[in-house]
Design a protein around this ligand. Sequence first.
Ligand SMILES: [Zn+2]
Length: 177
Amino acid sequence: MYKVFINPSLYFHYTLQTLNELTGSGRRSGTMMWGGGEFEFHDVLPTYYELYNSSKSWYERIDRTLEWLLDEEKPVNLLHIYFEQPDSAGHYYGIHAPEFNEQLKHIDNIFDYFLKQLAKHGLENKIDIIVLSDHGMLDIDQAHLINVTEDIKSTGGKYCGTSPILQVTTNASESLS
Ligand SMILES: [Zn+2]
């Protein structure tokens, strides 16, 4: 478990899992390797959470979350389940690569497994499922690549991050072109 170290007077964030827990009335959250799921917001943690562990199979992840859902004393009404694919394959190989398609098949199979497990317990019509992605992907022609980090460095600016979101600090005496 981690606490979020933000000045409380500036801190207005709630996560969905936190809001669900704070709503009361027996609402409980479970986060399976979900980004930030192990963080305490407003002194509240999800009832169940597991840290990211790539060695845990996707089937095991589903089985564990089913246990949270079916718990007789503390069942969850909100589940977040994270799968690292096809994101990783897309970043590494590109979206037209066979490796990417393999991961799509893998996630399709695990989704099918999840649905079958829900049906096995008579939950298939009692659960709303939302499938999310944190971003889309597009293969980029290297000839049209704009190397933003090189532009930043050339002006003496600094950057932080490697994702599509980049924090940039510019040199006050220079300007980016
Ligand atoms: Zn990604």
